[in-house]
Design a protein around this ligand. Structure first.
Ligand code: APR
Length: 309
């Protein structure tokens, strides 16, 4: 039997995720948006690619939540994206109202689903969804680290002129300016990049990675990235639907791990059919640990703004 996956927000990210999932063929998809016609139109268009790509996935577009009932996974992309000059944090007031209402509806119709959050500011929106849903922390997970490490891997591969597949990157922390890239644990076929590139070059690449989303926003001018973010989400969905128990960097609610309690930050987790099945704790140097805690505090400040009580 195919899994049932609902995507809330049929904009650039939601629509692209729907397309990528339809190409996988292992799930039936429901696409929800408040704009009348938008999810219906995109769903029909993607559905009609089925005969060409060989996918029998059903794809329904709707403006109500009824059709989402009993989803295994719900992906939340509803909200406004950044405009040039904005940080992800600037979106908090607008997107918290949207994500709150969306989560209430998601939970009402799919009380056993796993929520994958995409809406920014990512870590704060995860916390809001956890609070509103009252789900166990294993069933609320945010997409951030796969995208950030993908950007890091892309830039490293360009610099080293090697396959992106050979690079395994390590980034921790919030999905924003305080993210913590760890070159010591970033490797090319097992060799740390600190042995392959001078520090200045690595620092420049880290800097470009941290600002990677903003670079795209300033080019697009009317929205933010969606091709790489949607690819990242699909890797998480793969891990859950296929119970791969894959170790992926994701936003997870920490309860003392890494010395951090009560906030979402990006850490390596084991993703499988139950959602976050384990938070992987890696031994950090004192400097790395301090940077991660600083990043967690930046997330906590944003969470405090929401006054979740
Ligand atoms: N319920 C359902 N859909 C909603 C709601 C709501 N309450 N409010 C807004 N939406 C829809 C919009 O109508 C729009 O179609 O969310 C969609 C968002 O799509 P885009 O504007 O294209 O934004 P996108 O680039 O997909 O980014 C969405 O993901 O990466 C993050 O920062 C990004 O927070 C942003 C989110």
């Amino acid at each position: 039997m195919r899994s049932k996956i609902s995507i809330i927000g049929a904009g650039m990210t939601g629509g692209t995720i729907a397309q990528r999932l339809a190409e996988k063929g292992y799930a039936d998809i429901v696409l929800v948006d408040i704009i009348e016609g938008l999810p219906q139109g995109k769903a029909l268009d993607i559905l009609q690619s089925g005969p060409v790509i060989g996918s029998d996935s059903s794809i329904v577009g709707t403006n109500s939540y009824k059709e989402t009932a009993d989803s295994n996974i719900v992906i939340i992309t509803s909200g406004v994206p950044r405009k040039p000059g904005m940080s992800r944090d600037d979106l908090v007031y607008t997107n918290m109202e949207i994500v709150k209402g969306v989560t209430e509806n998601v939970v009402k119709y799919s009380p056993n689903c796993i929520i994958i959050m995409l809406t920014n500011p990512l870590d704060a929106m995860c916390q809001l969804a956890l609070h509103v849903s009252k789900f166990p922390r294993s069933r609320v997970v945010g997409q951030s680290g796969i995208l950030d490490t993908a950007r890091f891997r892309t830039f490293l591969a360009m610099e080293l002129n090697i396959s992106v597949e050979d690079i395994s990157a390590f980034i921790l922390g919030g999905h924003g300016d305080t993210m913590v890239a760890i070159p010591r644990l970033t490797t090319v076929a097992g060799i740390p990049i600190t042995e392959l590139l001078p520090k200045e070059k690595i620092d420049r690449i880290v800097e470009r990675t941290v600002k990677g989303g903003g670079e795209i926003v300033s080019l697009l001018k009317t929205g933010s990235a969606y091709y790489a973010p949607s690819a990242a989400v699909v890797q998480m969905v793969d891990a859950i639907v296929l119970d791969k128990k894959k170790i992926l960097p994701c936003a997870a609610y920490l309860d003392g791990e890494y010395g951090i309690k009560g906030v979402f930050v990006g850490v390596p987790v084991k993703l499988g059919k139950n959602g976050i099945e384990q938070i992987i704790e890696v031994k950090l140097t004192p400097e790395e640990s301090a940077a991660l805690k600083k990043s967690a505090e930046a997330v906590r400040e944003l969470v405090n703004i929401m006054k979740l009580g």
